[in-house]
Design a protein around this ligand. Structure first.
Ligand SMILES: [Zn+2]
Ligand SMILES: [Zn+2]
Length: 386
């Protein structure tokens, strides 16, 4: 750390000294710049909020009455000599990277972001929000949620074909398809990606307020009745039901009678994750960049310095250093309320994978890391979106 750093770590969160504001603070502060509306990045209790304009609806849906100022992507404001602008992060509706410019230095804080893997391909963008925009900078503060070589997302067309096949087979057998994913971001990805001709789509009550905010922002989310409002339960026999993880195994599911369930998350790439979630199927769907995507995004910034915030920091810092970057990490309190919740056993599985990754980080090659991280799990990889 040096005196001229544009972002430093404080107990309240990531702080910009010359601008006197915080980015995604985890404790209440006066001025909070918000990258996106996931709960771990946008908390209650700040006096003033600044966010990208497309985030307004989802932020207000989640936080209620807040003192919120918004700024369209690409426009700048000046605060104590710091020029600040938001640039799309491709993660969820309104998600933004924060670009800071002060006395000739440019820093970008990514928040969470999604970008396709090894090549730019518009078909691989997250269709629920503006695609990730690379921003040139001297220092890039990157997330690293899936910063291990084992995380490589399959093409979205293949993934959604697999989800459609599962739903169609269930519908033909007269049973509901309960697809579990985080209510903000993941649910809307699912709703936009599936083949709407297969059958009716219904949602859990926690999903619908976010759907409304997306529709109000012009995103093509289908009309989705709430499951508890449906009186004729025969409807469920061909239905896709989209629900948050908290609904899984609750009495709420009894209304569906016979059903198959599945979990949509980047963590489904881990061996044994499906079994640990006790679901019939696992689909590897994430709103975060995979390992090649992280590498591509970081390279595109042209930054010589990279600070890793959350995820597999040790492995990512090691890899970046080997590539010649000036790399370090911030210890943050993100990652607890994001799209890929990690309750119970699955959290333990991820912790085990992180531990294994830390152990091999000493002498890591990609292939070695992938092997060591995968082997502690015991189930066959029959659940990785096949
Ligand atoms: Zn997020
Ligand atoms: Zn995050």
């Amino acid at each position: 750390m040096s005196d001229s750093d544009l972002v430093v770590q404080r107990k309240e969160g990531l702080y910009c000294p010359p601008g006197d504001f915080y980015i995604d603070p985890w404790r209440p502060v006066d001025r909070a710049v918000i990258t996106h509306a996931h709960g771990d990045h946008s908390r209650r209790g700040n006096s003033h909020y600044l966010a990208a304009a497309p985030a307004e609806g989802v932020l207000r849906t989640r936080l209620g009455e807040i003192d919120l100022q918004t700024l369209p992507y690409g426009e700048t404001i000046d605060h104590f000599g710091v020029r600040l602008s938001f640039h799309p992060a491709g993660h969820v509706l309104g998600s933004a990277q924060v670009r800071l410019e002060h006395e000739g230095r440019v820093w970008v804080a990514s928040g969470d972001y999604y970008v396709a893997g090894s090549s730019a391909d518009a078909r691989e963008d997250n269709p629920t929000c503006a695609p990730f925009e690379p921003v040139r900078c001297h220092c890039f503060i990157t997330e690293s949620t899936f910063g291990l070589p084992i995380y490589r997302w399959q093409p979205q067309a293949e993934l959604f074909a697999a989800i459609d096949d599962w739903w169609r087979a269930n519908a033909d057998a007269g049973r509901a398809s309960l697809l579990v994913g985080y209510a903000f971001g993941k649910a809307q990805r699912i709703l936009m990606g599936v083949d709407r001709s297969i059958g009716p789509i219904v949602v859990h009550g926690a999903v619908e307020p976010l759907n409304r905010a997306y529709r109000a922002a012009g995103v093509d989310i289908p009309e989705t009745p709430i499951a508890t409002e449906i009186k004729d339960r025969s409807v469920f026999r061909r239905a896709l039901v989209v629900a948050p993880p908290s609904a899984q195994g609750s009495t709420w599911t009894r209304r569906f009678g016979d059903y198959s369930d599945a979990f949509a998350s980047g963590w489904m790439q881990l061996r044994g994750a499906r079994r640990r979630r006790s679901v019939d199927r696992g689909f590897v769907l994430s709103d975060h960049a995979d390992w090649p995507g992280l590498q591509r995004a970081i390279a595109a910034t042209g930054a010589e310095r990279v600070i890793v915030t959350h995820g597999y920091e040790a492995v990512m810092v090691r890899w970046l250093t080997e590539q010649g970057f000036d790399a370090g990490a911030f210890a943050t309190e993100y990652g607890h309320d994001d799209d890929d919740e990690l309750p119970g056993d699955l959290g333990a599985a991820v912790a085990a994978a992180e531990h294994a990754a830390d152990q091999v980080a000493e002498s890591v090659s990609d292939a070695e890391a992938a092997r060591v991280v995968v082997e502690p799990e015991d189930a066959p990889v029959d659940d990785a979106g096949a």
